[in-house]
Structure formats: C-alpha cells, structure tokens
Design a protein around this ligand. Structure first.
Ligand code: PMT
Length: 229
C-alpha cells in the first residue's frame, strides 16, 4: 500500500497529447497515450491528494479513482485549463505532450484536393504552457515538467534535458528517453529526474506507475521545504 503522504495537498496533472485542428476533420497530433499522466494522477490520489487531471487526447483509459477529470483538445484549451486549475494548487505536473506548433488558419470546411501541388500548411508557434505556469506560480507551488528526448547516447538525452530544465525554470524535470519500449504509447518508462538544485537521479526501467511513485517521492521533500519557510 502507498503511504497517505499527500493528504491535504491539491495537485494538477496534465496528460495525453494535444490536437491542433486544421479543418473539421483533420488535426496535427502526437503519439502520447496519456498513460504516464494518468499514472501520476492515480498515484497522487492513492496517496491522499485532491487531484485534477487535465487530459488531452488519450488512449481509452479509465478515469483514475478519486480524480476530477477535465477534457481538452488543443494546446490553447490545455493552457486555459492549466492556468485556471493551477492557481490554488500545491503541485503542478505537465506530463502532456503539447504541440509546439499549430496551423495558422482553421478552415471552416474540409480542405479539398486542388489537383495541383498540395498547398503548404502554414504553422505558428504555440505558447509554452510550462514556462507560463512557472512565471505565474504562487509562492511555494512546486512545478514539474517532463521532457521526451531522442538521442544516440545517454549523454545526448541528459544534455538536452539539462538545457530544457534551465529554459523552462521548473523545480523538477523528468527526462524520458524515447524509443526502445519506453515513453510514448507503451506500458513502461525510464529516465532521469533532474532537479533545479543540480541533482540528477536515474529512474530505472519499470512501469509508468513505478515512475509516478518515484516522481511523487521526489516532489514530497520540495513541498516540505516550502512548508517550513
Ligand atoms: O502519454 P504516454 O504515451 O504515457 O507517454 C508519456 C510521455 C512520453 C508523453 C510523457 O512522459 C512526456 O515526456 N511528456 C512530455 C512530452 C513533451 O512534449 O516533451 P517536450 O520536451 O516537448 O516538452 C517539455 C515540457 O514542456 C513538458 O512538460 C510539456 O508538457 C511542456 N510544454 C511543451 C510545449 C508547450 N508548448 N507547452 C508546454 O507546456
């Protein structure tokens, strides 16, 4: 059984992938299943937290027992929900895979074949929700990001992860190496926990539930140190 060490804590977790609409039938999306974010929400609820799960597109997953689940589609809908829900939270975890770009224009009708070269899809940059949440956070709130990185070697993945932790400004960044039966879509995950104080802890290959337990174990002392201030 898990310890009830998150009783009295309010947490917000995002999960799944965003869908950026192009026309009434098409979107740009990604392979996130939501399994990692759901595991984080489920474990937090089991440990006693009051959990809000903001879910984008996911595989067919059961709602985590005890969590309030809000559904969103695009990155901008996710952004609005995260800002609204995170205001009074002790912890915010961004496990969602957010599209960095969206189509500039949303066509009212289905885009037709022209018989000529396909028209290029023009893209614009989405807001970086994690960076915004870090900037907007109330005192004492712990903000956790995820990074899905590809690379030939552990060194590459960690190098990208360290740079991302600096850019995003969150307290913890969970770096997962994509591929090899880990991260997107599959049941397992593995990676490193990079903390703002420079500490780096490997998370061994295991289930997404095991990774979720490790992440909450790392968040707890940060909450305690805030409470002591
Ligand atoms: O859903 P699963 O199939 O279980 O897979 C889990 C996962 C691999 C999707 C998950 O563990 C994960 O790594 N999620 C983040 C993936 C990602 O989009 O990483 P990123 O490096 O693009 O983004 C870094 C961080 O910034 C993330 O916390 C992301 O939520 C956030 N972000 C990114 C872009 C953006 N515009 N706004 C954001 O807030």
């Amino acid at each position: 059984a898990l310890p009830r060490d998150l009783v009295g804590r309010k947490v917000v977790v995002s999960a799944g992938g965003t869908r950026e609409p192009l026309d009434p039938v098409r979107f740009l999306g990604n392979r996130s299943s939501g399994k990692q974010g759901y595991a984080l929400a489920r474990v937090a609820a089991q440990r006693g937290a009051e959990v809000t799960l903001v879910a984008g597109n996911t595989a067919d997953l059961a709602d985590p027992a005890g969590a309030r689940v809000l559904r969103v589609g695009s990155a901008r809908e996710l952004r609005d929900a995260m800002h609204a829900e995170s205001a009074g939270a002790d912890v915010v975890v961004m496990a969602a895979a957010v599209a960095d770009f969206r189509p500039v224009a949303l066509s009212d009708s289905k885009i037709k074949k022209s018989g000529q070269e396909p028209a290029p899809i023009k893209l614009t940059t989405n807001p970086d929700i994690l960076v915004e949440l870090v900037r907007a956070r109330p005192a004492g709130q712990v903000v956790v990001g995820f990074a899905a990185e590809t690379g030939d070697a552990t060194g590459d993945v960690l190098h990208h992860g360290r740079a991302k932790l600096g850019r995003k400004g969150c307290d913890l960044l969970v770096v997962n190496a994509v591929g090899d039966g880990k991260a997107f879509e599959v049941e397992d995950n593995a990676g490193w926990l990079l903390a703002a104080d420079g500490s780096e802890t490997p998370i061994p290959h295991g289930s997404k539930t095991q990774l979720a337990v490790a992440v909450w174990n790392a968040i707890l002392p940060l909450l305690d140190s805030c409470a002591r201030l």
